[in-house]
Design a protein around this ligand. Structure first.
Ligand SMILES: [Zn+2]
Length: 150
């Protein structure tokens, strides 16, 4: 029926994957699932301020596809804020162009394309987490807090 979807290019993983309203227990919250490619559309259009054409090229998709993606992302994001839902970023049809390592000690993040840093340049800690793996391994809801699981 529909053509197979092209893999969407995403610059690098989001540094935070879950956003939760303050003061409401998680079990009472509805969750809005934003895919990683929808996150990237928001980042390019609304954070970086790119035109749809340019943003579409960066992601390797057509402009009409980008426009649908950003519309969908904005609706989801707005419904999270307006209706007081938890926003979770995960899944989608994408590949990351860069890696991000995050120091488990001080929380600093480092972008790289080839070789991960051996240790944190800020604090010399050697316990670094690759955020890409976090998004690629398909965690289940309710798990995968920062600093857990390796
Ligand atoms: Zn550090």
């Amino acid at each position: 029926m529909s053509r197979p979807r092209k893999i969407r290019r995403v610059s690098k993983p989001p540094i935070c994957s879950r956003f939760k309203p303050v003061g409401i227990p998680a079990r009472l919250l509805d969750v809005v699932d934003l895919s990683v490619d929808e996150y990237e559309a928001l980042r390019l259009a609304d954070y970086e301020g790119l035109e749809h054409k340019e943003a579409a090229e960066k992601m390797g998709i057509s402009r009409p596809t980008f426009t649908r993606l950003i519309d969908q992302a904005r609706k989801k994001f707005a419904s999270g804020i307006i209706e007081g839902k938890e926003i979770s970023i995960e899944g989608g049809n994408f590949q990351f162009l860069q890696h991000v390592a995050r120091c488990r000690n001080c929380g600093s993040t480092y972008n790289y394309t080839q070789h991960a840093p051996d240790k944190c340049p800020e604090c010399n800690e050697e316990d670094l987490e690759n955020l890409n793996l976090y998004y690629q391994r398909g965690r289940g809801r309710g798990r995968g807090k920062w600093g857990q699981g390796k």
